[in-house]
Design a protein around this ligand. Structure first.
Ligand code: GFB
Length: 326
């Protein structure tokens, strides 16, 4: 067993454990028997505070770090709060990656995003397309911050021989998501809207944009499975895509979500709202060659997400409040 192989005795810090991705990574690690997990709520550790992060690493001495903490949101949140998305994500990445290196973490995994690729890069998006052209304007700040995170990993690896890998997940959804009506990503936003429409006996639901953009959607528990797999089996400084390799139009996605929720009325598209990037499909040949593939179909994933949504009504309201006061 080499120094970068995670064992069940190791101390594993999951940054962002209350979020969609971090909570799924914690679930996955527990299922696999990793019990020595370190987590901190944001009330106890502010990851944008350099000194606090340093003191936390000094005190807890993690062996492995999953860096899943980030300020995230859907297309409107990205457009409305670009300065927050840039500043908070840069601060979190810099603080955690630097502290992890200085406190001798054996391996760190950084979670990026498929929006780092240029808007007009050839599809499916290969890892080599990074920095080959201009970004999609609606989430440029978030993408620039994530690109900086990738470069931090690569620069610390190059200069300090720090073992840091960077995953680029496609659009994610699943249990633990933020269901804010305006600022959430498309799956939770539409699930909440259709659910409200059924409750209010409304005969129409409005979906933003033209319905023609294509998105690739990965169930978050599959992403968590890939994250643990790559922590064990990937040690390159090049980024690696994590997705399904399959895409769906927003129109078809809306119809599938309506079906899961039981909404039988009309779906109207509001073309005055932003479509964002027209297509964002990842080339997943690199991770496929390593032997990993997702196991949850979109239909199964949407049903599981809706079950969670129904079971967490009160906590969900709490999350929405937390988001809006961020
Ligand atoms: O998930 P989403 O907000 O993010 O939106 P992106 C995807 C598509 O869904 C866009 C349409 O074409 C929207 O016009 N859409 C339709 C809606 N109705 C809604 C709705 O009610 N809410 C939302 N949110 N969308 C994200 C970035 O871009 O990609 C993130 O904003 C992150 O930062 C993520 O990088 C991977 O796919 O456009």
């Amino acid at each position: 067993m080499n120094d970068s192989t995670m064992s069940q005795r190791d101390r594993i810090y999951v940054a962002g454990h209350r979020g969609l991705v971090g909570s799924a990574i914690v679930r996955r690690l527990r299922v696999l028997g990793y019990e020595n997990l370190i987590v901190r709520d944001r009330t106890r550790l502010d990851l944008t505070d350099t000194r606090a992060v340093d003191a936390f690493f000094e005190e807890t001495r993690p062996d492995f770090v999953f860096l899943a903490a980030a300020k995230v949101g859907g297309i409107l949140a990205n457009e409305t709060f670009p300065a927050d998305f840039l500043r908070k994500n840069l601060q979190i990445e810099l603080n955690v990656i630097d502290a992890a290196y200085r406190h001798r973490v054996r391996k760190l995994q950084f979670l990026g995003s498929s929006c780092i690729y240029p808007k007009h890069a050839p599809q499916p998006l290969r890892e080599e397309s990074l920095l080959s052209g201009p970004l999609e304007p609606t989430n440029q700040s978030y993408a620039v911050a994530k690109i900086a995170g990738i470069h931090l990993c690569q620069a610390y690896a190059q200069q300090h021989d720090f073992d840091a890998i960077a995953l680029m997940p496609t659009n994610l959804y699943g249990p633990g998501d933020n269901f804010h009506p305006e600022y959430a990503h498309v799956v939770p936003a539409l699930m909440g809207r259709f659910h409200e429409a059924v409750r209010a006996k409304a005969d129409e639901v409005v979906v933003w944009g033209t319905g023609t953009p294509l998105r690739e959607l990965l169930f978050v528990d599959d992403l968590a499975d890939a994250a643990v797999f790559l922590m064990q089996h990937y040690a390159e400084t090049e980024i690696i895509n994590v997705g399904t390799g399959q895409e769906i139009t927003i129109r078809h996605l809306a119809e599938q979500i309506a079906d899961v929720v039981g909404f039988r009325g009309a779906i109207r598209f509001d073309a005055a709202k932003a479509d964002g990037t027209p297509r964002k499909l990842l080339d997943v040949s690199r991770i496929t060659a390593l032997g990993w593939r997702p196991s949850t179909s979109l239909a199964e994933g949407l049903r599981a997400t809706y079950r969670w949504f129904l079971e967490h009504e009160s906590e969900r309201r709490g999350l929405q409040t937390a988001y809006s006061t961020n």
